[in-house]
Ligand binder design. Structure first.
Ligand code: 1GP
Length: 245
């Protein structure tokens, strides 16, 4: 398996900042990199709706300012760029829309094969985060209920058996509530591949709970975006201060 994947396995607390190219201008990338939390181990780049070419432009710019590995987290095939180090080759297994199970993957396959991207085959589960999120709207799939732990666990198990290398438990960007620790724990107990958790995470204690429950990587997008917008550090325990705790 690839270098980056192995690094994720070997690191107990991977912390990724999600950068949505739709929400950032190329000339803002420098400021963004300067303000990354010092615990950041990876940058995920991608979004539900991104204008063509923007993803590549943002990745290229990021690379000029940081050596933190960049992993594509594409919402569709147009976001695939050979400029990143790796790609989460996602399959939306929580829903039954063939376009997001295999359709977009077919459209991107040749470009990925022709690149040097490290491919990390990832089962992507949309879990109810209390409000309709972009993933739900774009994929036209329903999130899984947080009450249906058995179904979530079986979906993860089936994904591992199908050869997926990673599980992404997604409450959706800007979720009102994140994936509950009980769910992370239950999945961790049954599967042996690493677990990524994201969606609606804002505080240090929420992030800590994810790691304790068994998450190998935690992803924060909205909370960092908002902090960049305000640039006033309202709380001393906010994401950008995690390393100082
Ligand atoms: C979304 O899991 C990520 O794909 C991050 O979610 O924007 O809510 O942090 P937030």
């Amino acid at each position: 398996s690839g270098i980056l994947y192995q690094e994720i396995l070997d690191t107990p607390r991977n912390f990724a900042i999600l950068i949505d190219p739709d929400k950032v201008e190329v000339n803002e990338v420098h400021r963004l990199v300067k303000n990354l939390p010092s615990i950041t181990t990876h940058l995920l780049v991608g979004g539900s709706t991104v204008e063509r070419g923007k993803c590549e432009a943002v990745v290229k710019s990021l690379k000029t300012f940081t050596k933190i590995p960049i992993i594509l987290f594409p919402g569709d095939y147009t976001q695939v760029t050979p400029e990143a180090q790796a790609i989460l080759f996602l399959s939306l297994v929580s829903g039954e829309n063939p376009e997001y199970l295999i359709g977009q993957q077919i459209k991107s396959a040749k470009a990925i094969k022709g690149s040097k991207l490290e491919v990390i085959s990832t089962a992507y589960l949309l879990i109810d985060g209390g409000k309709e999120t972009a993933v739900q709207r774009v994929s036209k799939t329903k999130p899984m209920s947080q009450l249906d732990i058995n179904k979530i666990v079986s979906t993860c198990l089936a994904s591992e058996l199908a050869g997926k290398k990673m599980i992404y438990l997604e409450a959706g960007s800007g979720a009102l509530f994140s994936v509950k620790p009980e769910i992370i724990k239950a999945v961790k107990k049954e599967v042996s591949i690493p677990i990524i958790v994201g969606g609606g995470l804002r505080t240090e204690s929420q992030i800590e709970m994810c790691y304790e429950a068994g998450a190998n990587m935690v992803v924060v997008g909205t909370a960092f975006e908002e902090q960049m917008k305000n640039m006033v550090d309202v709380t001393s325990r906010s994401v950008t201060n995690l390393a100082n705790s």
